[in-house]
Structure formats: structure tokens, C-alpha cells
Design a protein around this ligand. Sequence first.
Ligand code: NDP
Ligand code: 8X3
Length: 255
Amino acid sequence: MNRLSGKQALITGATAGIGKAIAEQFASYGCHLVITGRREDRLSRLAEELQTKHKVTVLPFAFDVRDLDAIKAFKVSVQHIQFDILVNNAGLAKRVDPIQSGDFEDWDIMIDTNVKGLLAMTRLFLPEMIERNKGQIINLSSTAAHEAYPGGSVYCATKHAVKAITEATKKDVHGTNVRVSMVSPGLVVTEFSNVRFDGNQQKADSVYKGMQPLTADDIAEIVVFVANRPEHVNILDTIVMPVAQSSAQMVHRNE
Ligand code: NDP
Ligand code: 8X3
């Protein structure tokens, strides 16, 4: 059953990877979209493509989720739209450094994007959902929300924070019909590792060497499943890994 047709979704980080795949799959279900990210050219191209292909309305807005003033200005620009779904997907990791040699700037980037950006978006768009007694927040978490690994102190901390925020938000809206969910993927082949290793393709490729990672579409299918449940069904979390992965560092690789 398609419960997404005619709904209105707001997706952060839709210029690449999982966010882009969610936009494509939501649009294929007839869901209208507002797509965001920093790379304006990619957003415009995706909006045009999805509008033509699926006959839905897709509005692109470029801004940085670390910039609270920009988010507030964006909120004003879309105040005529009643969002049914907010997907807080924008996020990133920077390097795999032990805490004793970690980079302060990298820490700010991860915390400001993965935690404060998600908080700000939720703070600004949740009140109207509560007022309408209807809506859904879906946060992109990670297996790094459930276990910490060496070199991942700050990234794992941000995703543990996403887990805590998701669980607390569900309790904050207790008694309303607003749904709160998160999806926690393991290894997904996207631009994530290129970003993590500052464009070092060889290092990025080594993450997925000798194993079959998840694809962005695999995760988008889960997000669609979570969003497409009946209004009384709230999936709080889903942990999804490739079959070759059993924990952050247990990855079976073929030589
Ligand atoms: P990608 O690098 O492919 O995509 C990341 C998206 O986030 C891009 O659209 C990027 O847009 C956006 N983004 C990053 N920083 C900002 C910012 N400051 N402001 C606005 N948008 C921003 O990575 P994924 O698709 O893999 O990652 C999506 C989410 O999934 C992240 O939260 C990540 O932590 C999570 N995740 C990823 C996993 C993986 O293995 N790939 C596994 C588990 C979770 P732009 O650069 O244009 O701003
Ligand atoms: C991304 C997955 O394993 O790189 O959240 O932390 S991992």
C-alpha cells in the first residue's frame, strides 16, 4: 500500500548518497519534496529530474545545516508548506583519528553538522507537526550509534547523540500522533568515505574492499518502509548491515 502519495517530505543532505536515494524513492511514490544540501547545482538537477519523471513538486534549497540563521531563513521560505515527514539525513565523518591526535576543526564539523544541525531542523519543524497532531521525524543514525570503535570517538559520539535525541524526541511528543524514528546503517557505499578521507579515493575504496556493502538504495528502501507504515505504527530504530558485516570492525572480506 502506498501511504506516501501526496504527502510532503523535507530531506536534508539530498545532493548525494542516502539522502538522494530517499528523495528518488519518495518521489517515485508520489511524495512531494523539499530537498536541501549545500551543492545548489546538484539540488537543481535532481529537482528537475524528479519533477519530470514523477510529476511531483520538488523544491531545492541550498544551505548549510551548521548555519542557524540560514536554517531560520529557509524556514521562512517554506512556511506555506505543511510537512508530513522530516528526514534528518545530512551528516558526515571526518577521518578515523584516535582522540589523542584528533583535529579540533574536524570535531566541530562533525558535531555541528550531525548533532546541532539535526537539533535545529527538528526544533524548527517539529512544533507545527505537534500542533497538527500529525507528522514524522526520521533521523539517519548509524551502527556507530550503538557501538564505539577506535578512531571513532567523535563520529560515534555524534551518532550516539542522534540515538539519544531520537529516543528523547519520541518521549517529548508522547501522547501526540507524531512519529519519531531512526535508521542505523552499517557500511553503505556513498560519498561518505571520500568525505571522511578528504577525497583520498584509495583510502575510501579500501573501506569496501573484498566485501559487498549496502547501497544508498538499500537504506532508502528501509526509510520508505518506516515512513509508509500506518499512522499508528512507530518504528523507533532499525539496525541494517551488509551480510558481510557483524559489527563496526567485524567485516568479512574475500581476498
Ligand atoms: P554522502 O557524503 O554521500 O552524503 C552526505 C549528504 O549530507 C550530502 O548530501 C551532503 O550535501 C550533506 N551534508 C553534509 N554536510 C552538510 C552540511 N553542513 N549542510 C548541509 N548538508 C550537508 O554520505 P551518506 O549518504 O552516506 O550519509 C548520509 C547520512 O547517513 C549521514 O548522516 C551519515 O552519517 C549516515 N550514515 C552513512 C553511512 C555510510 O556508510 N555511508 C552509514 C551509517 C550512517 P552537501 O555536501 O551538498 O552539503
Ligand atoms: C557510518 C558507518 O562504520 O563508518 O556511520 O561508522 S561507520
